[in-house]
Write a protein that binds this ligand. Structure first.
Ligand SMILES: NC(=O)C1=CN([C@@H]2O[C@H](COP(=O)(O)OP(=O)(O)OC[C@H]3O[C@@H](n4cnc5c(N)ncnc54)[C@H](O)[C@@H]3O)[C@@H](O)[C@H]2O)[C@@H](O)CC1
Ligand SMILES: Nc1ncnc2c1ncn2[C@@H]1O[C@H](COP(=O)(O)OP(=O)(O)O)[C@@H](O)[C@H]1O
Ligand SMILES: [K+]
Length: 574
């Protein structure tokens, strides 16, 4: 398992860190190593963002602003800038941020009392030695021992220290090392006010480990938090990076791998961690590729989609196009009978089943005598309206593996989510967005502050696979020996999708996912492989298609139909 697969809570990170220290790694040496990696990465980021270093001498005449800035700096002779390496001066370009176009950019480093502050001080020192102009904002009088020691050394180098935010206004870039995973309580005035003011400066901000003020596990804002443009997560991904509400504070993110021994990770998280990050490699291992040379259509699965109504006719098409991309062997689509010609013209390969319909054009019931047993899986819900209750009830009563979405979920909520799902003998995958989730699980209303825990509890309550949609999709299910040795069985497994695009936040994208997931599931069942594994594949694939479409067409150009057209090209990228 690669380092990118693991996700930890603050407590788990602390336990792993404790093992490393107990094994003999000095805490100061680890900080030195980590902060060295941070300093180098920050330099590389600055370079790659077009703020490339200038090698020539700055002009003699300085602007008033530069004079103000240079007054914050130690005499030039004392700065041992390594200009040959090309990091002495940054040519900033204004990118809508308050960035000055200066040859003397100033980097403001925000230093807290703990080891996050210690990391920041080492970064400050390294950038200072590289020739950057660095100032330090540290409004704390009491620092942890190691942090205090780095603070003393930085002062001895004449790096200027401030306890007010005024000088930060002149900085071109801020590095946030106020708090990391050790933040344990709300940030209060005067620090909270200072952080709010810092955010108003609208600077480029690199946060160390996690934006200060964000709860490492729930992603909640504790009082207030630094809004970073970029966060460098240290060692192992933390849960907050997968909590929707933290994303606006995290900005773009990356992992700084500092060689945590696998044995220490496994000692705390287990061989097969209960929470895993979806990676391209893990998602792609369950793609139905390559096909067996002797495959036939029934070995690739038969999916029945039940979707659509006169009001929401497109939902059936979008789900079907999602399923088409899954390569499912046979696709049947049950729609209100008046929609049959439209579906047949859009999806000539599909078997379209016309269902009796209500006066408003919803599916009243499935056709008499239909045998659900012929389908490997059923995907029901998109665009059905609440009038399709009889149909949803009959698929819930069937012994077929089922993906339930949209109105299928709204009907399930009316029927009673927990009793109905716990009685089902076959696998059920429910794919709610947060609104549907709350209708399904009113008992978890007060848990919604932590999407991951809420989804885990929903899976435990129902025995279903619960896929909570949003910016960072969370998938949870009880493992019943599907993946693990017996000794591990009956844990709740969680998969978190790390990357997506807000381009998907528009009507119909979810319908595409329902069909894609249904198709992959039918295929997996026909091939007798574990249908739960394809859930991460579907979520990852759907997001990749959205990202590829957004990259080519902007975030505005990804309507749900267009999304279906990117499903296959997105795979070709890999
Ligand atoms: N885990 C690891 O393996 C490593 C961790 N390192 C760094 O260490 C950090 C964790 O360090 P710490 O455990 O010292 O914790 P932090 O530096 O995150 O913060 C803890 C300090 O903040 C104070 N504090 C907490 N909440 C506060 C609040 N609301 N208002 C005011 N003060 C508050 C605490 O009393 C304590 O002094 C990581 O985020 C990372 O930056 C790295 O130095 C090296 C490797
Ligand atoms: N901000 C976002 N970033 C990434 N993905 C998103 C975002 N908002 C929504 N999505 C994704 O878009 C899809 C929307 O589905 P859903 O809410 O069911 O809409 P609909 O029913 O209209 O299709 C889900 O897959 C969800 O995860
Ligand atoms: K931080």
């Amino acid at each position: 398992m690669t380092i990118e697969k693991f996700i930890v809570s603050a407590d788990q990170m602390r336990q792993i860190e404790t093992r490393i220290f107990a094994a003999g790694m000095p805490s100061a040496a680890l900080m030195e190593k980590v902060a060295g990696l941070l300093a180098r990465r920050i330099q590389a980021l600055l370079k790659s963002e077009g703020r490339s270093p200038r090698e020539e001498e700055p002009p003699k005449g300085r602007s008033p602003r530069e004079q103000v800035k240079s007054s914050l700096l130690p005499p030039r002779g004392e700065r041992r800038g390594n200009r040959e390496e090309g990091f002495s001066y940054l040519g900033y370009e204004s990118q809508g941020k308050d960035i000055v176009n200066s040859q003397f950019p100033v980097i403001g480093v925000l230093v807290g009392p703990g080891h996050n502050g210690g990391d920041a001080l080492v970064v400050a020192r390294e950038l200072h030695f590289q020739g950057f102009s660095v100032i330090i904002y540290c409004p704390f009088s009491k620092l942890k021992e190691l942090t205090k020691s780095h603070s003393d050394y930085a002062r001895s180098l004449n790096i200027p220290f401030f306890d007010t935010i005024e000088p930060l206004k002149n900085c071109d870039l801020l590095i946030d090392g106020l708090f990391g995973f050790g933040l344990e309580r709300e940030i209060v005035h005067p620090l909270s006010t200072a952080i709010d003011e810092i955010n108003k400066l609208n600077k480029i901000v690199f946060s160390i480990d996690i934006p200060s003020g964000i709860h490492t596990d729930t992603g909640a804002v504790l009082g207030t938090a630094i809004r970073a443009t970029h966060t460098l997560c240290l060692g192992l991904w933390k849960l907050a990076f997968f909590q929707d509400k933290a994303l606006e504070y995290i900005g773009t993110s990356e992992l700084i791998d500092f060689d945590i021994p696998l044995a220490d990770i496994v000692a705390i998280l287990g061989d097969f961690p209960a929470i895993q990050r979806i990676t391209p490699a893990s998602a792609m291992q369950y793609l139905p590729l390559p096909r067996s040379p002797i495959a036939h259509k029934y070995t690739n699965g038969h999916l029945l989609i039940i979707a659509g109504s006169a009001r929401y006719s497109g939902a059936a098409i979008l789900s079907a196009l999602g399923a088409r991309a899954s390569g499912v062997g046979m696709l049947s689509i049950a729609v209100p009978i008046s929609m049959k010609p439209m579906l047949s013209s859009q999806l000539p390969e599909a078997l379209v089943i016309g269902c009796p319909e209500t006066s408003s054009g919803a599916i009243k019931d499935l056709p008499l005598g239909i045998d659900l047993g012929v389908y490997d899986a059923i995907a029901a819900g998109p665009g059905l309206t609440l009038e399709a209750a009889i149909t949803v009830e009959s698929v819930l009563e069937s012994d077929r593996p089922l993906v339930l979405d949209a109105d299928g979920l709204n009907i399930l909520a009316q029927l009673g989510t927990v009793p109905i799902l716990s009685e089902r003998s076959a696998l059920t995958i429910i794919t709610p967005h947060p609104g549907e989730f709350q209708r399904l699980f009113p008992e978890l209303a007060d848990k919604m502050g932590d999407r991951i825990t809420a989804t885990q509890e929903a899976a435990q309550l129902t025995g279903a696979v619960v896929l909570l949609k949003g910016a960072r999709v969370c998938i949870c299910f009880d493992d019943e020996g599907d993946f693990l040795e017996d000794s591990y069985a009956s844990r709740t497994i969680t998969y978190l999708n790390p990357e997506s695009t807000p381009a998907l936040a528009r009507g119909g994208s979810g319908d595409v996912l329902t069909g894609l997931l249904g198709g992959l599931m039918a295929g997996a069942i026909a091939r007798k492989s574990c249908p739960k594994s394809v859930v991460e594949t579907a979520v990852w694939w759907h997001a990749r298609a959205g990202m590829m479409a957004a990259k080519e067409r902007t975030e505005l150009g990804v309507d749900a139909f267009t999304l279906t057209e990117y499903l296959i090209p997105a795979l070709r990228e890999f």
